[in-house]
Design a protein around this ligand. Structure first.
Ligand SMILES: Cc1ncc(COP(=O)(O)O)c(C=O)c1O
Length: 414
């Protein structure tokens, strides 16, 4: 099969092929794709997340040291001495796993400590912990909304939010567009619960939700607001508390969701909101109720990660130095970065195949970044996605810019 004629989206559903037939067809696509050097996904690294990584080349098996610009570990807390030490101490004290679901014995004192710390950090009364960010979004929405309700979603919200709205009515509004939101709110009149859901920072675009306008508009229409802080926590707001802090809205957003896996450098998810809603979720969110509590190591590391964010603002300052330097230079090269304003940079190319080829060249030259294509974004917005960390040095940034300039010229996109 000639994989250049297809995209990943072509295998979401293949008419007339059962699941094993579909898997076989996809295997042929993946094999051809690998041979063309388009095997960007599930590359095997020999190191943890850091500014550089040793990565095994999928074709030659050779190990290459690459500048790693595809991580969500924005503050490098995965390897911070305090997160490692606290995780190790919790592992030794409480063991490797929680042993049970939270309602039936899996809740330890450190889980409560983390819940309280997250709630305070997010300016909310209480918080509930999940073992993944996907699970917290999806599990919470499934518990809150039924066919009598409506979720009003920005068109670019994360997949976990979309999946969480499978049992309810959905209205979409154009990305960050207030007229479109207002129209959706008007259409939602008469529904029992109206919930506007947005990402604080959008994962494929790096732009920030207009949360101040969204909250005002939603509340004026008696709708609640939920914001997913996955890529905002630790990154934006004067103290890294995220989008509500960035807009001076702490305590005014009804439901603050987030992941522990990105700026906090560990794994898991949370919902911070009022005490009553948290209590309801304890009993009605199936992803919480029927899933073993987060591991002690993760919880220990997360308590330390929140302490680091509060006491080492220099990490965030360094990240922002990197963001500002990179933005100025990448725009100077002539790349289109859309409305990116945080640590995530889309380089919009608009041609999925070219994006795959450019990505292959970047990998050959030692820069680990990812291609983003349909269905993650529309084909005309296919892009390379870059994310920065505080531990990237000026040398890493300059080398990456040099590679991107060379590749951009080779493919005549700049
Ligand atoms: C915006 C957003 N929300 C939620 C998630 C899910 O988080 P996790 O990876 O912690 O399950 C992600 C991660 O990919 C994300 O980008």
């Amino acid at each position: 099969m000639d994989s250049t004629k297809y995209s990943l989206a072509d295998f979401i559903d293949v008419p007339d092929l059962d699941i094993m037939g579909r898997a076989q067809l996809f295997a042929e696509y993946a094999q051809d794709s690998r041979q063309r050097g388009h095997a960007h996904f599930r590359r095997i690294s020999l190191d943890g997340s850091g500014p550089t990584m040793r990565v095994i080349d999928p074709l030659s098996g050779q190990v290459n040291e690459m500048i790693y610009m595809a991580s969500n570990d924005y503050l490098n807390l995965t390897r911070h001495p305090r997160t490692i030490a606290a995780g190790r101490a919790a592992l030794e004290k409480y063991g490797a796993g929680a042993g049970s679901v939270p309602l039936l014995g899996g809740t330890m004192d450190i889980h409560i400590q983390l819940e309280q710390k997250v709630a305070k950090f997010k300016g909310c009364e209480d918080a509930i912990l999940y073992t993944s960010g996907f699970g917290s979004n999806c599990g919470t929405l499934l518990a809150m909304l039924t066919d009598k309700d409506v979720a009003i979603l920005d068109l670019l919200v994360h997949a976990s939010i979309i999946d969480g709205c499978k049992n309810t009515n959905v209205q979409h509004f154009r990305h960050n567009n207030m007229q479109s939101l207002e129209r959706a709110l008007n259409k939602a009149k008469g529904k029992r619960t109206k919930l506007v859901v947005v990402d604080g920072v959008y994962s494929m675009d790096g732009d920030i939700a207009k949360l101040d306008e969204i909250v005002e508009l939603a509340h004026a229409h008696n709708a609640y607001v939920m914001v997913d802080e996955a890529h905002a926590t630790g990154v934006i707001g004067p103290n890294g508390r995220g989008t509500p802090e960035h807009f001076g809205l702490e305590g005014k957003v009804d439901i603050v969701a987030g992941t522990f896996s990105k700026g906090l450098g560990v794994v898991g998810g949370f919902i911070a909101t009022n005490e009553e809603l948290v209590q309801l979720l304890h009993f009605y969110s199936r992803a919480y109720m029927f899933s073993t509590a987060p591991t002690p190591q993760a919880v220990g590391s997360l308590i330390a990660a929140l302490d680091v964010i509060e006491t080492e603002p220099e990490l965030r300052a360094q990240l922002w130095n990197n963001i500002n330097y990179f933005r100025e230079n990448i725009v100077g090269l002539g790349y289109d970065i859309g409305n990116a304003e945080t640590a995530i940079f889309p380089l919009i190319i608009g041609d999925g195949l070219k994006v795959r080829d450019m990505c292959r060249r970047c990998h050959e030259l030692g820069l680990y970044i990812n291609p983003v294509q349909y269905p993650a974004v529309p084909e005309r917005l296919s892009r390379l996605r870059i994310s920065l960390m505080s531990a990237h040095t000026r040398e890493h940034l300059d080398k990456a810019l040099e590679i991107l300039e060379q590749v951009g010229r080779e493919f005549a996109v700049i």
